[in-house]
Ligand binder design. Structure first.
Ligand code: 2AM
Ligand code: CA
Ligand code: CA
Ligand code: CA
Length: 263
């Protein structure tokens, strides 16, 4: 039997320790490299934090598998058994340019079911935490279920690039949504955007392509506050693949799917 409460206690401890490693790094010089292109950054801290977390997980749970963005974990192509999905720094560009608006993200799955979601906004010391069936919390304060919101009163997160012509999605479908809502924001960290939707600071988040480590923790938080999670077509996510991504308060989510995205 998997002891999810024990895993939860360990995960919380390790994510806070990883946060401390990042905070103390602000005094030293970063080494920054490009990945696929000059806007796709990785630093020595992304790698160091991923290796730190993987070391802790492997020492304690040698039979668990780990999918991490920077590739120090396992080749994971299915979700059998216990799988940790981790992003050591979500929002690396923010980490490099702003030293804020980034987070550590850890989602723990058992046979494909999300049990534990942790998102740690290191600089603001905000730990968002969800445990399946037990609600979502910010620093141990329970997050209420999301209240119904009308599109005219919604604040949604979307990157402005998606209202310009792009190869992923017809921007002519997105523009009317942006015109209709009360306001738009873009934080540049999918994990923080998920945490903010869960906390009611945002009503929805729309983006065209996220990887498993970007959303693995976030979707567990959203489910625990009664929000909806889907692709832009309104289909369920494939947890171990890249997906388009749309989360939000459930009535707003359904309205946007029916009136804008599926038309
Ligand atoms: P990262 O900082 O961990 O790379 C930025 O809008 C958000 O998208 C961040 O959460 C960022 O995560 C993520 N992101 C950056 N490049 C991406 C890519 N090629 N595919 C999917 N997500 C990406
Ligand atoms: Ca990255
Ligand atoms: Ca990420
Ligand atoms: Ca990352």
């Amino acid at each position: 039997m998997t002891n999810w409460h024990e895993i939860d206690q360990h995960a919380k401890k390790w994510i806070k320790e990883a946060g401390e490693i990042i905070r103390s790094s602000f005094e030293s010089t970063l080494s920054i490299q490009y990945k696929s292109n000059p806007n796709d950054l990785v630093t020595n801290m992304d790698k160091e934090v991923e290796q730190f977390l993987i070391g802790k997980i492997q020492d304690t749970y040698p039979d668990h598998r780990i999918l991490g963005e920077e590739g120090y974990g396992d080749e994971v192509t299915d979700l059998d058994g216990v799988v940790w999905i981790i992003d050591p720094i979500d929002g690396t560009m923010n980490f490099v340019h702003q030293q804020r608006n980034f987070a550590i993200s850890i989602g723990v799955y058992g046979d494909g079911v999300g049990y534990i979601g942790l998102i740690y906004d290191v600089v603001h010391e905000e730990l968002y935490h969800a445990f399946k069936g037990n609600g979502a919390y910010m620093n141990e304060i329970p997050l209420p279920k999301l209240d119904q919101v009308k599109i005219e009163e919604a604040v949604i997160s979307i990157n402005p690039v998606w209202v310009t012509e792009n190869k992923r999605f017809d921007h002519n479908v997105i523009v009317p949504i942006v015109k209709k809502v009360r306001g738009t924001r873009s934080y540049g960290s999918a994990a923080i955007e998920c945490a903010y939707v869960a906390a009611g600071r945002l009503d929805a988040y729309i983006t065209m392509r996220l990887a498993p480590w970007d959303f693995a923790a976030g979707i567990i938080l959203i489910e625990e506050v009664g929000g909806s999670v889907s692709t832009l077509d309104g289909e369920p996510l494939d947890i171990i693949s890249k997906n388009s991504f749309f989360i939000g308060e459930k009535h707003l989510h359904q309205h946007v799917i029916e009136e804008y995205l599926k038309k």
